[in-house]
Write a protein that binds this ligand. Structure first.
Ligand code: F3S
Length: 429
């Protein structure tokens, strides 16, 4: 790769051991993908999970040492959700989740490391709902973890990111990233054309469409026509669903995606691999495969990806004056900033009075994070199951069986999930 003098200096260790290791990693990544150069990123969204890096590993030691020696992120950087407590969780959250004290200590240490690195503590999978959009304007180079966020940044906002993991952290502390993948124009064009003839309006419709299109597209970029004025929550849901059933980093919606003013531009002038007509029956078929029809429910999870304040308002209105059924757990997952708005607006009180829990701390969603019912807990307790699980999110429904050993999975609208939490069962109506 052609490196600038600044990049060579970092690689030579002149900015410290952690920056050297970060540049080594980014150069190796770039060489693996034949990148010719590094690009300057304007924003990063990272995992701070030191357990991923291994107890006592070189990198972890380096991070502790580097933070103590003043290493900080070089671009605006946010944190995705994993286990970090915030002000807005219930007081007894660690007990509710049965988090062992050693894991709690690790989580709190990670929170402290993130703070000292200068990372903005958003702790969310939807940072784009709470952060300054000026950090990632159309065409900007960014590096983000969390597959649904990658798709949303690329497809709705027109920023450029690959599906990153540790590379995002290294990009944040160097401000650099190898120029490959979805950073290059040539890799951003569409491959499959999905002509939507089904009614796609609600969040659930977008969930089903995402699962359908992700399975067919696999790793290629789909282009959608026939979608009219989607609400932002539909686009968030589509981003999450499509990156669950497929290894998708980007979609185009003609007339919505900044790079897709028309079909020809979305495909870069090439012919699609295939044109697929999406019918109502296709989406109903997906729904039938993903959701049981009726039965008792133990756990209802909303807020995947993390709800916006407007969605929390809708939940509060649906729960106003009602009570969650005895024995049913209702989680509403969101970011700490959004939870704060919900407190200020009185929505959080209404949800709590009904018996629901706003999750904005450790274990922001059941699929990740420390404690019960997360996968670490489920696999440490061979007989554990989350029970019957209802959600309005395709991603939760997609992973609840393998991650949480859900007995039954119900996927439906937000209204249906809340009705279920109140009556304790999913009815076939
Ligand atoms: Fe976010 Fe968890 Fe869903 S991280 S996208 S709420 S699976």
């Amino acid at each position: 790769m052609n490196l600038t003098s600044e990049e060579k200096r970092m690689l030579a260790g002149k900015d410290g051991g952690l920056i050297r290791e970060a540049m080594k990693f980014l150069v190796a990544l770039g060489e693996a993908y034949n990148a010719e150069r590094m690009i300057d990123i304007s924003y990063a969204n990272v995992f701070i999970v030191t357990s991923f890096w291994g107890e006592g590993s070189l990198t972890r030691d380096l991070i502790e040492e580097a933070v103590n020696n003043g290493v900080r992120v070089r671009v605006p950087t946010t944190s995705t959700n994993w286990g970090c407590g915030s002000l807005f969780t219930p007081d007894n959250i660690w007990e509710i989740l049965e988090v062992p004290s050693s894991l709690k200590d690790q989580v709190l240490r990670e929170k402290d490391i993130a703070k000292r690195l200068g990372i903005i503590p958003t702790w969310t999978c939807t940072p784009y709902l709470v952060c300054d959009t000026g950090w990632y304007p159309k065409g900007s180079y960014i590096s983000t973890v969390e597959s649904s966020a990658v798709v949303y940044f690329n497809s709705v906002l027109g920023a450029r990111s690959n599906r990153d993991c540790l590379a995002s952290f290294y990009a944040a502390i160097t401000g650099k990233y190898p120029a490959y993948g979805f950073h290059l124009d040539k890799n951003r064009y569409g491959a499959y054309h999905f002509d939507i003839q089904a009614k796609v309006e609600t969040r659930l419709d977008f969930a089903l469409l995402g699962i359908f299109a992700g399975k067919i597209s696999a790793m290629e970029t789909p282009v959608f026509t026939g979608l009219r004025k989607p609400r932002s929550e539909g686009l968030v849901e589509l981003s999450a669903a499509i990156s669950s059933s497929g290894t998708i980093s980007m979609f185009h919606i003609v007339g919505i995606t900044p790079e897709a003013p028309d079909l020809e531009t979305a495909f870069g002038g090439k012919k699609p691999i295939e044109k697929i007509i999406v019918s109502q029956a296709d989406l109903e078929n997906v729904h039938q495969h993903m959701s049981e029809k009726e039965g008792k429910v133990d756990f209802v999870c909303l807020g995947c990806p993390h709800y916006s304040i407007y969605e929390i308002k809708e939940v509060a209105e649906l729960l106003d004056g009602k009570k969650i059924h005895k024995g049913v757990t209702l989680w509403v997952c969101t970011s700490p900033p959004t939870a704060m708005f919900a407190e200020m607006a009185g929505y959080a009180d209404k949800i709590r009075q009904a018996g629901g829990i706003i999750m904005s701390g450790p274990n922001y969603c059941p699929l990740f994070g420390p404690g019960k019912p997360g996968p670490e807990y489920a696999f440490a307790h061979p007989n554990y199951s989350v029970g019957s699980f209802a959600t309005d999110a395709a991603k939760q429904a997609y992973y609840a069986k393998p991650n949480l050993r859900a007995e039954k999975i119900f996927l439906g609208s937000r209204e249906k999930c809340i009705e279920t939490a109140i009556i304790g069962e999913w009815r076939n109506n």
